[in-house]
Ligand binder design. Sequence first.
Ligand code: TYM
Length: 334
Amino acid sequence: MEKSKKQTVFSGIQPSGNLHIGNYLGAIKQFVRLQDETDALFCIVDEHAITVPQDPRILREKTLEVAMLYLAAGIDPKKAVIFIQSQVPAHAELGWILNTMTPLGELERMTQFKDKSAKSSKAGILAGLLNYPTLMAADILLYQTDLVPVGKDQKQHVELTRSIAERFNNRFGQTFKLPKELLNKQTARIMGLDNAEKKMSKSAESKNNHIALLDTPDEIRRKIKIAVTDSGSEIKYALKEKPAISNLVAIYSEFSDKPISDIEKMYFGKGYGDFKKDLAEVVVEGLKPLQEKFKTLEKDPEGVLKILRAGAKEAAERAGRTIKDVKKKLGFVL
Ligand code: TYM
Protein backbone atom coordinates (compact mmCIF):
# COMPACT_ATOMS: atom_id res chain seq x y z
CA MET A 1 0.00 0.00 0.00
CA GLU A 2 1.22 3.53 -0.69
CA LYS A 3 2.48 5.33 2.40
CA SER A 4 -0.09 8.10 2.02
CA LYS A 5 -2.98 5.62 2.10
CA LYS A 6 -1.82 3.95 5.28
CA GLN A 7 -3.17 5.02 8.63
CA THR A 8 -0.89 7.34 10.57
CA VAL A 9 0.13 6.21 14.04
CA PHE A 10 1.76 8.46 16.63
CA SER A 11 2.81 7.77 20.18
CA GLY A 12 5.34 8.94 22.73
CA ILE A 13 7.09 7.95 25.91
CA GLN A 14 8.59 10.21 28.56
CA PRO A 15 12.29 9.80 29.31
CA SER A 16 11.67 9.93 33.03
CA GLY A 17 12.46 7.04 35.34
CA ASN A 18 13.02 3.49 34.19
CA LEU A 19 10.80 2.03 31.49
CA HIS A 20 9.04 -1.06 32.78
CA ILE A 21 7.09 -4.00 31.46
CA GLY A 22 3.85 -1.96 31.76
CA ASN A 23 5.25 0.54 29.23
CA TYR A 24 6.43 -2.34 27.10
CA LEU A 25 3.23 -4.38 27.08
CA GLY A 26 0.85 -1.40 27.04
CA ALA A 27 2.70 0.67 24.46
CA ILE A 28 6.00 -0.45 22.88
CA LYS A 29 4.85 -3.95 21.92
CA GLN A 30 1.98 -2.36 20.00
CA PHE A 31 4.39 0.08 18.32
CA VAL A 32 6.47 -2.80 16.99
CA ARG A 33 3.42 -4.53 15.56
CA LEU A 34 1.99 -1.34 14.05
CA GLN A 35 5.15 -0.21 12.24
CA ASP A 36 4.60 -2.87 9.54
CA GLU A 37 1.05 -1.91 8.62
CA THR A 38 0.98 1.83 9.22
CA ASP A 39 2.82 5.07 8.74
CA ALA A 40 4.22 5.32 12.25
CA LEU A 41 6.03 7.97 14.30
CA PHE A 42 7.38 7.29 17.78
CA CYS A 43 8.59 10.15 19.88
CA ILE A 44 10.64 10.58 23.05
CA VAL A 45 8.78 13.35 24.80
CA ASP A 46 11.46 15.21 26.74
CA GLU A 47 9.37 18.40 26.89
CA HIS A 48 6.72 16.45 28.77
CA ALA A 49 9.32 15.00 31.13
CA ILE A 50 10.31 18.50 32.35
CA THR A 51 6.79 19.14 33.69
CA VAL A 52 8.35 17.75 36.85
CA PRO A 53 11.90 18.87 37.73
CA GLN A 54 14.62 16.78 36.06
CA ASP A 55 18.36 16.57 36.57
CA PRO A 56 19.76 17.66 33.15
CA ARG A 57 22.44 14.97 33.09
CA ILE A 58 19.94 12.23 33.86
CA LEU A 59 17.38 13.61 31.41
CA ARG A 60 19.94 13.42 28.61
CA GLU A 61 20.92 9.90 29.59
CA LYS A 62 17.30 8.72 29.84
CA THR A 63 16.39 10.29 26.50
CA LEU A 64 19.04 8.22 24.75
CA GLU A 65 18.05 5.20 26.81
CA VAL A 66 14.42 5.38 25.62
CA ALA A 67 15.66 5.69 22.03
CA MET A 68 17.83 2.61 22.51
CA LEU A 69 14.94 0.73 24.11
CA TYR A 70 12.70 1.59 21.16
CA LEU A 71 15.33 0.18 18.81
CA ALA A 72 16.16 -2.80 21.04
CA ALA A 73 12.45 -3.71 21.23
CA GLY A 74 12.38 -3.93 17.45
CA ILE A 75 11.28 -0.54 16.18
CA ASP A 76 13.03 -0.22 12.88
CA PRO A 77 14.02 3.26 11.68
CA LYS A 78 13.44 2.06 8.12
CA LYS A 79 9.80 1.42 8.96
CA ALA A 80 8.99 4.10 11.54
CA VAL A 81 10.17 7.61 12.35
CA ILE A 82 11.87 7.78 15.77
CA PHE A 83 12.68 11.23 17.13
CA ILE A 84 13.10 13.49 20.14
CA GLN A 85 10.26 15.96 20.71
CA SER A 86 12.48 18.96 21.56
CA GLN A 87 14.31 18.57 18.23
CA VAL A 88 11.09 19.48 16.42
CA PRO A 89 10.11 23.02 17.53
CA ALA A 90 6.62 22.77 16.01
CA HIS A 91 5.54 20.71 19.05
CA ALA A 92 6.14 23.55 21.50
CA GLU A 93 4.71 26.08 19.04
CA LEU A 94 1.45 24.24 18.50
CA GLY A 95 1.30 23.35 22.20
CA TRP A 96 1.32 27.06 23.03
CA ILE A 97 -1.32 27.86 20.42
CA LEU A 98 -3.61 25.12 21.74
CA ASN A 99 -3.10 26.41 25.30
CA THR A 100 -4.66 29.69 24.27
CA MET A 101 -7.87 27.94 23.26
CA THR A 102 -8.27 25.27 25.91
CA PRO A 103 -10.51 26.07 28.89
CA LEU A 104 -8.80 25.75 32.26
CA GLY A 105 -11.61 23.54 33.56
CA GLU A 106 -10.92 20.89 30.93
CA LEU A 107 -7.28 20.66 32.02
CA GLU A 108 -8.09 20.67 35.73
CA ARG A 109 -10.44 17.74 35.15
CA MET A 110 -7.70 15.44 33.83
CA THR A 111 -7.18 12.46 36.15
CA GLN A 112 -3.41 12.45 35.65
CA PHE A 113 -3.17 16.14 36.63
CA LYS A 114 -5.36 15.52 39.67
CA ASP A 115 -3.23 12.55 40.76
CA LYS A 116 0.12 14.23 40.18
CA SER A 117 -0.86 17.59 41.67
CA ALA A 118 -2.36 15.93 44.75
CA LYS A 119 1.19 14.99 45.71
CA SER A 120 2.34 18.67 45.89
CA SER A 121 1.23 21.85 47.62
CA LYS A 122 -0.44 24.41 45.33
CA ALA A 123 2.77 26.47 45.23
CA GLY A 124 4.66 23.38 44.07
CA ILE A 125 2.38 22.60 41.11
CA LEU A 126 3.95 23.85 37.90
CA ALA A 127 1.86 25.36 35.10
CA GLY A 128 3.48 22.90 32.71
CA LEU A 129 1.92 19.98 34.55
CA LEU A 130 -1.53 21.46 33.99
CA ASN A 131 -0.74 22.20 30.35
CA TYR A 132 0.75 18.76 29.74
CA PRO A 133 -2.29 17.55 27.72
CA THR A 134 -2.22 20.49 25.28
CA LEU A 135 1.39 19.65 24.39
CA MET A 136 0.35 16.02 23.97
CA ALA A 137 -2.50 17.18 21.72
CA ALA A 138 0.05 19.13 19.66
CA ASP A 139 2.25 16.02 19.35
CA ILE A 140 -0.63 14.02 17.97
CA LEU A 141 -2.35 16.64 15.80
CA LEU A 142 0.81 17.83 14.01
CA TYR A 143 1.00 14.55 12.09
CA GLN A 144 -2.67 14.18 11.12
CA THR A 145 -2.70 11.06 13.26
CA ASP A 146 -5.40 8.40 12.97
CA LEU A 147 -4.38 6.11 15.82
CA VAL A 148 -2.59 6.61 19.13
CA PRO A 149 -1.45 3.35 20.74
CA VAL A 150 -1.30 3.96 24.50
CA GLY A 151 -2.08 2.44 27.87
CA LYS A 152 -5.41 3.14 29.52
CA ASP A 153 -4.03 5.99 31.65
CA GLN A 154 -3.59 8.08 28.48
CA LYS A 155 -7.08 7.49 27.04
CA GLN A 156 -8.50 10.63 28.63
CA HIS A 157 -5.70 12.74 27.11
CA VAL A 158 -6.43 11.40 23.63
CA GLU A 159 -10.14 12.12 24.12
CA LEU A 160 -9.25 15.69 25.09
CA THR A 161 -7.03 15.92 21.99
CA ARG A 162 -10.05 14.99 19.90
CA SER A 163 -12.19 17.71 21.41
CA ILE A 164 -9.42 20.32 21.05
CA ALA A 165 -9.09 19.34 17.37
CA GLU A 166 -12.83 19.43 16.80
CA ARG A 167 -13.15 22.86 18.36
CA PHE A 168 -10.27 24.19 16.23
CA ASN A 169 -11.76 22.71 13.04
CA ASN A 170 -15.17 24.20 13.82
CA ARG A 171 -13.70 27.64 14.35
CA PHE A 172 -11.05 27.79 11.62
CA GLY A 173 -12.12 25.15 9.09
CA GLN A 174 -10.81 21.60 8.58
CA THR A 175 -7.22 21.55 9.90
CA PHE A 176 -6.69 18.47 12.06
CA LYS A 177 -7.65 14.85 11.65
CA LEU A 178 -9.51 13.51 14.68
CA PRO A 179 -7.34 10.82 16.33
CA LYS A 180 -8.45 7.75 18.25
CA GLU A 181 -6.71 5.91 21.05
CA LEU A 182 -5.74 2.30 20.41
CA LEU A 183 -5.77 0.14 23.52
CA ASN A 184 -4.78 -3.49 23.82
CA LYS A 185 -7.44 -4.88 26.14
CA GLN A 186 -5.20 -7.40 27.87
CA THR A 187 -2.32 -5.00 28.53
CA ALA A 188 -3.82 -1.52 28.67
CA ARG A 189 -3.39 -1.40 32.43
CA ILE A 190 -0.66 -3.59 33.89
CA MET A 191 -0.91 -3.36 37.65
CA GLY A 192 1.86 -2.90 40.22
CA LEU A 193 3.51 -6.09 41.50
CA ASP A 194 3.34 -4.70 45.03
CA ASN A 195 -0.27 -3.56 44.81
CA ALA A 196 -2.76 -4.89 42.26
CA GLU A 197 -5.12 -1.96 42.83
CA LYS A 198 -2.72 0.58 41.34
CA LYS A 199 -1.14 0.62 37.88
CA MET A 200 2.50 -0.25 37.47
CA SER A 201 4.29 3.09 37.43
CA LYS A 202 7.74 4.58 36.77
CA SER A 203 7.30 6.89 39.73
CA ALA A 204 6.06 4.31 42.24
CA GLU A 205 7.65 4.59 45.66
CA SER A 206 8.63 0.95 45.96
CA LYS A 207 11.25 -0.55 43.67
CA ASN A 208 9.25 -3.76 43.86
CA ASN A 209 6.33 -2.12 42.05
CA HIS A 210 7.65 -2.86 38.59
CA ILE A 211 10.04 -4.92 36.52
CA ALA A 212 12.23 -2.51 34.60
CA LEU A 213 13.13 -3.51 31.05
CA LEU A 214 16.79 -3.51 32.02
CA ASP A 215 16.45 -5.40 35.33
CA THR A 216 18.86 -8.33 35.72
CA PRO A 217 17.45 -11.90 35.69
CA ASP A 218 17.98 -12.18 39.45
CA GLU A 219 16.17 -8.94 40.09
CA ILE A 220 13.27 -10.11 37.93
CA ARG A 221 13.10 -13.43 39.82
CA ARG A 222 13.19 -11.66 43.19
CA LYS A 223 10.45 -9.19 42.29
CA ILE A 224 8.14 -11.89 40.96
CA LYS A 225 8.78 -14.07 44.00
CA ILE A 226 7.59 -11.33 46.36
CA ALA A 227 4.78 -10.04 44.11
CA VAL A 228 1.44 -9.86 45.89
CA THR A 229 -1.10 -12.61 45.21
CA ASP A 230 -4.76 -13.09 46.08
CA SER A 231 -6.42 -15.38 48.59
CA GLY A 232 -7.02 -18.96 47.42
CA SER A 233 -4.54 -20.92 45.35
CA GLU A 234 -6.06 -21.20 41.89
CA ILE A 235 -4.27 -19.77 38.83
CA LYS A 236 -7.17 -18.07 37.14
CA TYR A 237 -7.80 -14.89 35.13
CA ALA A 238 -10.67 -13.18 36.96
CA LEU A 239 -10.03 -9.46 37.28
CA LYS A 240 -12.56 -8.71 40.03
CA GLU A 241 -12.04 -11.80 42.13
CA LYS A 242 -8.29 -12.26 41.62
CA PRO A 243 -6.73 -8.96 40.47
CA ALA A 244 -3.14 -9.81 41.42
CA ILE A 245 -3.05 -13.28 39.83
CA SER A 246 -4.93 -12.03 36.77
CA ASN A 247 -2.23 -9.40 36.31
CA LEU A 248 0.50 -12.03 36.53
CA VAL A 249 -1.37 -14.33 34.13
CA ALA A 250 -1.69 -11.47 31.61
CA ILE A 251 2.06 -10.81 31.87
CA TYR A 252 2.76 -14.52 31.39
CA SER A 253 0.48 -14.64 28.37
CA GLU A 254 2.11 -11.63 26.72
CA PHE A 255 5.68 -12.78 27.20
CA SER A 256 4.99 -16.39 26.20
CA ASP A 257 2.51 -15.65 23.41
CA LYS A 258 0.21 -18.25 24.95
CA PRO A 259 -3.49 -17.50 25.30
CA ILE A 260 -4.74 -17.05 28.88
CA SER A 261 -6.94 -20.16 28.66
CA ASP A 262 -3.86 -22.32 27.92
CA ILE A 263 -2.05 -20.92 30.95
CA GLU A 264 -5.04 -21.63 33.18
CA LYS A 265 -5.05 -25.23 31.92
CA MET A 266 -1.28 -25.62 32.35
CA TYR A 267 -1.47 -24.58 36.01
CA PHE A 268 -4.69 -26.33 36.93
CA GLY A 269 -4.14 -27.99 40.31
CA LYS A 270 -0.76 -26.28 40.79
CA GLY A 271 0.03 -23.55 43.32
CA TYR A 272 1.23 -19.94 43.18
CA GLY A 273 4.84 -21.00 43.87
CA ASP A 274 5.16 -23.15 40.73
CA PHE A 275 3.41 -20.56 38.63
CA LYS A 276 5.61 -17.69 39.83
CA LYS A 277 8.81 -19.66 39.27
CA ASP A 278 7.83 -20.31 35.64
CA LEU A 279 6.59 -16.77 35.15
CA ALA A 280 9.97 -15.40 36.23
CA GLU A 281 11.71 -17.53 33.60
CA VAL A 282 9.20 -16.51 30.93
CA VAL A 283 9.86 -12.81 31.65
CA VAL A 284 13.66 -13.30 31.87
CA GLU A 285 13.64 -15.10 28.51
CA GLY A 286 11.16 -12.63 27.02
CA LEU A 287 13.36 -9.64 27.86
CA LYS A 288 16.64 -11.31 26.90
CA PRO A 289 16.71 -10.37 23.19
CA LEU A 290 15.81 -6.76 24.02
CA GLN A 291 18.49 -6.56 26.72
CA GLU A 292 21.14 -8.04 24.44
CA LYS A 293 20.31 -5.65 21.64
CA PHE A 294 20.36 -2.77 24.11
CA LYS A 295 23.90 -3.66 25.17
CA THR A 296 25.05 -3.51 21.54
CA LEU A 297 23.33 -0.18 20.92
CA GLU A 298 24.83 1.29 24.08
CA LYS A 299 28.26 0.91 22.51
CA ASP A 300 27.28 3.14 19.61
CA PRO A 301 25.51 6.25 20.96
CA GLU A 302 26.61 8.22 17.87
CA GLY A 303 24.76 5.75 15.64
CA VAL A 304 21.64 6.19 17.73
CA LEU A 305 21.95 9.99 17.64
CA LYS A 306 22.20 9.79 13.87
CA ILE A 307 18.93 7.86 13.67
CA LEU A 308 17.28 10.40 15.96
CA ARG A 309 18.50 13.38 13.93
CA ALA A 310 17.26 11.83 10.70
CA GLY A 311 13.94 11.11 12.43
CA ALA A 312 13.67 14.71 13.64
CA LYS A 313 14.35 16.00 10.12
CA GLU A 314 11.55 13.94 8.64
CA ALA A 315 9.18 14.74 11.53
CA ALA A 316 9.94 18.48 11.23
CA GLU A 317 9.08 18.44 7.54
CA ARG A 318 5.76 16.78 8.19
CA ALA A 319 4.92 18.85 11.26
CA GLY A 320 5.93 21.98 9.33
CA ARG A 321 3.04 21.54 6.93
CA THR A 322 0.48 21.47 9.72
CA ILE A 323 1.96 24.32 11.75
CA LYS A 324 2.10 26.52 8.65
CA ASP A 325 -1.56 25.88 7.95
CA VAL A 326 -2.45 26.60 11.60
CA LYS A 327 -0.52 29.88 11.63
CA LYS A 328 -2.12 31.01 8.40
CA LYS A 329 -5.57 30.26 9.75
CA LEU A 330 -4.86 32.18 12.97
CA GLY A 331 -3.78 35.27 11.02
CA PHE A 332 -0.08 35.09 11.85
CA VAL A 333 2.08 36.82 9.23
CA LEU A 334 4.16 34.14 7.49
P1 TYM B 1 4.39 7.55 29.77
O1 TYM B 1 5.78 7.89 29.44
O2 TYM B 1 3.91 7.73 31.17
O3 TYM B 1 4.09 6.04 29.41
C1 TYM B 1 4.41 5.51 28.14
C2 TYM B 1 3.34 4.56 27.67
O4 TYM B 1 3.20 3.45 28.57
C3 TYM B 1 1.84 3.30 28.93
N1 TYM B 1 1.78 2.78 30.31
C4 TYM B 1 1.17 1.64 30.66
N2 TYM B 1 0.49 0.73 29.93
C5 TYM B 1 -0.01 -0.33 30.58
N3 TYM B 1 0.12 -0.51 31.93
C6 TYM B 1 0.79 0.37 32.69
N4 TYM B 1 0.93 0.19 33.99
C7 TYM B 1 1.35 1.52 32.05
N5 TYM B 1 2.06 2.58 32.50
C8 TYM B 1 2.31 3.34 31.42
C9 TYM B 1 1.26 4.70 28.84
O5 TYM B 1 -0.14 4.67 28.73
C10 TYM B 1 1.94 5.21 27.60
O6 TYM B 1 1.28 4.74 26.44
N6 TYM B 1 1.58 11.27 28.09
C11 TYM B 1 2.31 10.13 27.68
C12 TYM B 1 3.42 10.45 26.72
C13 TYM B 1 2.98 11.21 25.51
C14 TYM B 1 2.21 10.71 24.44
C15 TYM B 1 2.10 11.77 23.51
C16 TYM B 1 1.60 9.48 24.19
C17 TYM B 1 3.30 12.49 25.22
N7 TYM B 1 2.77 12.84 24.01
C18 TYM B 1 1.39 11.62 22.33
C19 TYM B 1 0.89 9.34 23.00
C20 TYM B 1 0.79 10.41 22.08
C21 TYM B 1 2.93 9.49 28.92
O7 TYM B 1 3.08 10.09 29.93
O8 TYM B 1 3.40 8.27 28.75
